[in-house]
Write a protein that binds this ligand. Structure first.
Ligand code: SF4
Length: 383
């Protein structure tokens, strides 16, 4: 889908936003019965996640050190191809023909299901020899893995496995185990929409348990591209709870298909141009109404509209946008920054705007009617 097709979507989305004719996720009822001060909790969660992200390299190396001292093993993977190769090597060395695989958004991104299928490895095993899981978070200071489970059966299946393979993207960590409580509550409310504590487990490999092995795969898959961007890298604090998707009027209108990717929704609008390429994904920064629904619901206080604006600014300044879009923005900027033009008659401003905006775009966007007097003129009268 190209930029202009996306822009036309925004009209439908705007209608949805006003009518709210889709199911709106409302965690408030749950929140109020559980916490007195949800804003405090969200601020804490944001600080905890930023503490890890702002010093990500040292924190990952410390995690490795702590994991190795617990006799866990670590595999660093740059891309999903790298991950696939290393995983298949491990399964082949251990002669594993069936595993208990717990699929998630991240394993989908890495194509785990297809890889296992293509290699003839069953993703359900009676032997309980090996489990593959993508934990919801990992903890640096104890080298632990925090996971939410759907049932006690699944949790026991994982804990009893002789070989545990944990797959994590480079950003799904927190520094201290003392902060995990915050996320237990957050996952209950935002992922499961319940005030009850969810079924979760903190697993720490033990050097004394000689019958069991733990392998942790830490996969970059282009996430480190975001680290060079001071503002945009904040998106790495996302804990993948999915709450923003439920309240986004654009996502509720278009769903997953137009993204042509396993990462979708408001987070994808910010991340995908850096994870994939600018050319095919730059249009996603216009896939947003800047309504702010996502930031008001986000449990780690991410302001996605601010990050979208940062993307737009970056794409414009670096001439990554299509030539016509760049030209249009330059013309609009000139128009809006000229006081003389802004103080001209309202019909004349509308006329000028119609001349600046290309015909193809005019069909898709509503050109506003200007008020008779600007704020500047009103103020001038008062002086
Ligand atoms: S950005 Fe969206 S998915 Fe990520 S933590 Fe915030 S609400 Fe959840």
């Amino acid at each position: 889908m190209n930029t202009s097709e996306y822009k036309s979507f925004l009209h439908i989305c705007n209608r949805n936003l006003n009518n709210s004719d889709f199911e709106v996720f409302n965690p408030k009822s749950t929140i109020h019965s559980t916490f007195n001060d949800i804003d405090k909790l969200k601020n804490q969660a944001y600080r905890v996640r930023q503490k890890f992200i702002n010093n990500i390299v040292d924190n990952l190396l410390l995690f490795e050190k702590n994991l190795l001292s617990n006799k866990g093993k670590i595999n660093w993977c740059l891309s999903y191809e790298d991950f696939t190769e290393q995983l298949l090597d491990l399964l082949s060395n251990k002669k594993i023909k069936s595993v208990n695989a717990f699929f998630s958004n991240f394993t989908e991104e890495l194509g785990l299901k297809e890889t296992l299928k293509n290699e003839g490895i069953s993703s359900f095993s009676n032997e309980n020899k090996c489990s593959i899981l993508s934990p919801d978070l990992a903890v640096v200071d104890t080298a632990s893995m925090f996971s939410v489970f759907d049932s006690v059966f699944e949790m026991e299946l994982f804990l009893d496995s002789k070989i545990k393979i944990c797959i994590l993207p480079i950003n799904k960590f927190i520094c201290n185990i003392s902060d995990i409580d915050i996320f237990t509550h957050i996952f209950s409310i935002y992922k499961k929409n319940t005030s009850f504590p969810i079924l979760s487990n903190i697993f720490t490999p033990s050097a004394f348990d000689t019958n069991k092995e733990t392998y942790v795969f830490i996969v970059d898959n282009s996430r480190s591209n975001l680290l060079a961007f001071k503002e945009q890298r904040r998106i790495l604090s996302c804990i993948d709870c999915g709450a923003c998707k439920k309240v986004c009027p654009v996502y509720q209108s278009i769903k997953d298909e137009p993204y042509s990717n396993t990462i979708t929704g408001p987070v994808a609008n910010v991340m995908l141009p850096y994870l994939e390429n600018y050319e095919n994904y730059k249009h996603l920064s216009y896939n947003c109404l800047l309504c702010g629904n996502c930031s008001s619901v986000c449990p780690v206080n991410l302001s996605i509209p601010d990050l979208i604006l940062e993307n737009r600014k970056f794409f414009f300044e670096n001439k990554i946008l299509d030539f016509e879009d760049n030209l249009l923005i330059i013309s609009l900027k000139k128009f809006f920054l000229k006081r003389k033009k802004m103080n001209s008659k309202s019909w004349y401003k509308r006329y000028l705007l119609r001349r600046i905006i290309p015909k193809t775009t005019r069909k898709l966007v509503y050109i506003p009617t200007f008020s008779k007097r600007t704020f500047n003129q009103i103020q001038q009268d008062k002086i």
